[in-house]
Design a protein around this ligand. Structure first.
Ligand code: ACO
Length: 359
């Protein structure tokens, strides 16, 4: 019995390795530093799914196939579905994704890769009372995501920054949402069901729901000089500091620096970055004082918040953009589970009362 399945090994995978002691992430034989900033969403999807989806279009045709899938989803889901705009953006993309027919084939894979791009932009616009913008299938997925959000073609730097983010978060071992996807895939329920399980798990603040609250924290702190007292008060209340700590990393999450580099290359608001750096330093110092027995370092979500904010996403939609990147990993893991894994079915220890013996 291991609470939270900590240290339990539940799969062999060729997809990614997280070295929590060295702060190293490898995806399909490439280090994060080789991939982030040098690889597009499409190239990453092709890399992760290589060998798992035989009918997936070759790399040279993948961008066009994804463009066609975005177009199809816009016509069949966005223009037809009625999803209440009172739902948060993650709940809206979850509801729209549920309308895709289940399956395990290449068409389903393409639709699921395209879905968060179309549904995130549409959800955010609908919530603002604006009409969704149809996809442009000639663009890359990153560029089209930003265009569907604002109606304007993004700069090359903006599209490259989003690609860097999507590649950085594409996969990360057996994290909670990936495990949830593998559990569902192991029952052969289909890839849509597996991705829906992933979205459900990702949404929680202990996993992919943290970056929105990072923005709330930065806004509440306001200026570097307020950081220490604000953070002390938060910990006194028993709150966790969002963007810090990790189940596996005992050193700094390497994804934090990959994203910080992308923020610098984007030339985003330097005052905002300076505030974030001051908050980060104060938080790390206080966490060291208060939790000397647990190494708590900056995780991916801290600089995710800054990067996605600089790209024009609202904090409540950050998890949707995370899902856009992580769907690649969920699908690859689901396919790997289907190809070689057994039904995932652990045991529990019953500690409740036993029925009374018949007299
Ligand atoms: N702020 C304050 N204290 C923390 C934090 C934090 N961010 N993270 C852990 N701790 C404390 C816990 O309260 C606990 O203290 P205790 O032993 O006195 O009770 C101790 O450190 C150990 O924490 P665990 O709960 O065992 O850590 P776990 O491995 O279960 O959790 C997690 C990891 C969920 C990421 C945690 O660090 C956390 O809640 N962080 C804040 C939310 C966050 O940033 N989530 C995004 C994670 S990255 C991702 O999923 C993509």
């Amino acid at each position: 019995m291991s609470d939270g399945l900590e240290d339990v090994v539940a799969a062999h995978t060729v997809l990614s390795e997280v070295d929590g002691a060295a702060g190293r992430l490898v995806m399909r034989g490439h280090s994060l530093y080789e991939l982030a900033g040098h690889t597009s969403f499409e190239e990453m999807a092709a890399l992760m799914l290589d060998g798992f989806v035989p009918d997936l279009p070759a790399m040279k045709d993948l961008a066009a196939a994804l463009g066609a899938a975005r177009q199809e989803l816009f016509e069949t889901v966005v223009q037809k579905a009625v999803v209440p705009v009172t739902h948060g953006p993650v709940e809206m993309i979850r509801a729209m994704t549920a309308l895709i027919p289940d399956g395990e084939d290449a068409g389903t894979v393409l639709r699921l890769l395209a879905a968060p791009a179309v549904f995130t932009a549409a959800s955010l616009r609908l919530r603002q009372g604006l009409a969704p913008i149809a996809p442009d299938s000639s663009l890359s997925q990153a560029a089209d995501t930003l265009r569907m959000l604002t109606g304007k073609a993004p700069t090359k730097q903006q599209a490259a920054a989003l690609d860097t983010y999507l590649v950085t978060v594409a996969d990360h071992g057996l994290n909670a949402s990936t495990f949830a996807s593998r559990v569902v895939a192991s029952t052969r329920a289909g890839l849509v069901s597996a991705v829906l399980a992933g979205i459900g798990a990702l949404k929680g603040p202990l996993h992919g729901g943290a970056p929105g609250p990072v923005i709330e924290m930065l806004d509440a702190i306001g200026a570097p000089g307020n950081a220490r007292s604000w953070l002390e008060n938060a910990l006194d209340r028993g709150d966790r500091l969002m963007g810090f700590g990790h189940r596996i990393y005992r050193v700094r999450d390497p994804r934090a620096d990959a994203l910080k580099g992308a923020i610098r290359r984007l030339g985003a608001d330097s005052g905002r970055l300076a505030l974030a750096e001051a908050v980060e330093q104060a938080a790390l110092a206080i966490l060291r004082e208060r939790k000397p027995n647990r190494t708590l370092e900056t995780n991916v979500e801290f600089y995710t918040a800054l990067l996605l904010e600089a790209l024009g996403f609202t904090p409540d939609s950050f998890t949707c953009v995370f899902a856009l990147g992580r769907t690649t990993g969920w699908l690859a893991h689901a396919k790997e589970q289907i190809a070689g894994g057994r039904l995932i079915r652990p045991q529990s220890v019953y500690v409740g009362p036993q029925p009374r013996q018949a007299a």
